[in-house]
Design a protein around this ligand. Sequence first.
Ligand code: URA
Length: 310
Amino acid sequence: MPSDMKNANFPMDAEGHTYHVGLKRGEVCNRILTVGDPERARRLASLLDQDAPMFERESHRGFLTITGRFLGQPVSIIAIGMGMAMMDFMLREVRAVVDGPLCVIRIGTCGSIATAANVGDIIVPDGSAAVTRRFDAFFDLAAASSSPSAGELSADECYTFSRVFPADAELTAALREQLGQQLSEERVVPGVNVTADTFYAAQGRVDPSFVDRNAKHVEQIHEQYPDAVSLEMENFMLFHLARCATPLAPGVPSIRAAAAMIAVFQRQANTSLPKAELARLEMQAGRAVLDVLAHTLQDEELHPESESVW
Ligand code: URA
């Protein structure tokens, strides 16, 4: 249980720990590798410099933070679980307790919806759009489940499609180069990622137990985004908040963000990646991301106090 909180607008305890992620100043640093699965975070932490001090905090809301060093540079690995809301918690709460620019790279898994990306390929997107369920379209279920003309909205109006929010171009290029060296260039696939607010309906998975009106959903995604390659659940919020973060000074971004996603399903071919192969790829991707992070952000950009512990 967290201790007593102050400030209902942005709750923190008396020591300055944030409410959900549970971190205070000095426990998390400017370079962040974020993942969904806490076990993946622990496996990736084995790549950190083993002779450097390591900090670990598991919050009461399921966030796991491990801060240490890679190639001598401070890095935090943060597991957030799944979904856009968890990315929002993490980014806002970390932003509140770290001074200076943040560089955030996500390693996740995704489903490929493009023939160009097979299972085991790594997608490094140029940007991400959000596809979300339009809840009101399902209010009158009797109308929604009969003919498309019976409800107020037709089937292709049951989901909203956002604009594409870009990843940081420089980080993305560095990530592709590093991953290309770790795997091979042809297994690193560019394109647009689509973040869905759910794994099932908003990713076009058909579930006869619910009315979802999504039989043509993946087709509609391709119509909206001709370069769409992948579906997952977090990247949009990362790129969106990086764009919305108040600049540190004119022309100095507060958050720079990029992502690498391992394709674990190929939706057209209906294939899935064996677990052992995923474990191998996540370590290769982890090494590449940590390397990019370690070479990003110059000492003079960083606030001495925020990294003093490390
Ligand atoms: N994560 C998702 O959200 N969807 C997939 O198909 C695979 C991983």
